[in-house]
Design a protein around this ligand. Structure first.
Ligand code: IMP
Length: 199
């Protein structure tokens, strides 16, 4: 089985990816191959950031490198936090506090205009060359209260009407059926397959 490196330090994302890629490729983390997570995002889109990140680390290892960039877009906040999701309000603020602050900002926003989406772009690079990219999104709404204990980041306040649950209330299997990350990585794997098979 091929090994790819997933350029993230986020253990929740790694678990999600292991499920998505199971049986297809072996996933190693940056830490497992002795690389430091020192890439700084300067792009203006999710796709640009994921491409730059994959290229950056692929020049430091002989394995193909997969990188993603993702975030939450809230329509009532003009698309914020968007590409700044990991640093919204303050980079040191806990996600519990960030979710509370968003709920506060949205306190007077009616149900009909609470739409939001998670977006993800995923890219793979090998020796500094892009092998494939993929993008995914999932649309839902910002809940009125945080709910659930699972997941990470903004999961407790992202309500997905078809399942009548927030992402935090879902099992990983449920989230992986419909998530932005799953859609982005599926599109990426489809583009990568010919390359993977040729290895
Ligand atoms: P990055 O993709 O590592 O730059 O992080 C983007 C940020 O978006 C994460 O730290 C989370 O705050 C948020 N985010 C991205 N995907 C998810 C998700 O599936 N659930 C909850 N929050 C997410």
């Amino acid at each position: 089985m091929n090994t790819i490196v997933f350029a993230t330090g986020n253990k929740h994302k790694i678990r999600e990816l292991e499920v998505i890629f199971s049986g297809l490729v072996r996933i190693n983390t940056l830490m497992e191959i002795g690389l430091e997570a020192d890439f700084e995002e300067t792009g203006t889109t999710f796709l640009e950031n994921s491409i730059q990140k994959a290229i950056y680390y692929s020049k430091k290892t002989s394995f193909p490198v997969v990188a993603d960039d993702s975030g939450l877009e809230i329509d009532a906040l003009n698309g914020d936090p968007g590409i700044y999701s990991a640093r919204y309000f303050s980079p040191r603020m806990s996600y519990g506090e960030r979710c509370r602050q968003i709920l506060e900002k949205m306190a007077k926003v009616e149900r009909s205009v609470r739409s939001a989406r998670f977006r993800c772009a995923a890219s793979c690079a090998f020796n500094g060359e892009v092998i494939g990219t993929g993008e995914g999104r999932v649309t839902g709404m910002i809940a009125f209260d945080a709910a659930g204990r699972g997941g990470f980041g903004y999961d407790p306040i992202f309500y997905y009407p078809p399942f009548k649950k927030t992402f935090s209330e879902m099992t990983m299997e449920e989230k992986n059926q419909i998530s932005h990350r799953k859609a982005a990585f599926e599109a990426l794997v489809e583009q990568m397959l010919p390359w993977l098979q040729a290895q």
